[in-house]
Design a protein around this ligand. Structure first.
Ligand code: IMP
Ligand code: MG
Length: 182
């Protein structure tokens, strides 16, 4: 057993370098919450829709930082399989439980890479009758310009494969409290 210092994760796999430590992430999440509060009011009945699984930790920190009422739901999509390159297609594995019709939806996403996931999920939410759809992405690699650019972005990320704080590689590393390169 290793006590779990930086660099150690599942099964002894090593991460290369911490890119965003926990404190940096939490500070930025607080700032994002203030930005979101500047756009939505209590009357908007904000519905946060987290994209599983990658956004589960980000959503839980963001939701707790928000000082306006919000409801929470999830959508589960898969696009990557176990690889590091986008397959170009997004499969919906679980729809939101709540009706999104007429709702002001804030899609909460871990990272924008090709932007395909974002574009397809935003389009679907609009098809399902959401009144408004905006996106909050913790990370944006800025290598693509999605049709639906996220309104709120935590960090412009380096174009390397990142893990931790919800982000995985073949389901490993999601539990790390920081974001690291592989
Ligand atoms: P996109 O559709 O290419 O923008 O990719 C979006 C999804 O791919 C994200 O929600 C992640 O689950 C995954 N992804 C993209 N880049 C990374 C990365 O650097 N590390 C881990 N997952 C990633
Ligand atoms: Mg993933």
């Amino acid at each position: 057993m290793n006590p779990g210092g930086v660099g150690f994760a599942n099964g002894g796999s090593l991460v290369k370098e911490v890119v965003y430590d926990r404190e940096t992430i939490l500070t930025r999440v607080g700032e994002l919450a203030r930005e979101i509060e500047g756009v939505y009011s209590a009357e908007d009945r904000l519905l946060l829709v987290g994209v599983l699984k990658g956004a589960f930790i980000f959503l839980s920190d963001l939701a707790r930082a928000l000082r306006i009422p919000a409801q929470i739901d999830f959508i589960s999509v898969s696009s990557y399989g176990d690889g590091q390159v986008s397959s170009g297609r997004v499969r919906i594995e679980q729809h939101p439980r709540m009706p999104v019709e007429g709702r002001n939806v804030l899609l909460v996403e871990d990272i924008v890479d090709s932007g395909i996931t974002l574009d397809q999920v935003v389009s679907l939410l609009l098809e399902w009758g959401a009144a408004t759809v905006e996106t909050c992405a913790l990370l944006h690699k800025r290598i693509a310009s999605p049709d639906h650019e996220p309104r709120f972005v935590g960090f412009d990320a380096p174009n390397v494969f990142l893990v931790g704080y919800g982000l995985d590689h073949a389901e490993d590393f999601r539990h790390l409290p920081y974001i690291a390169s592989l």
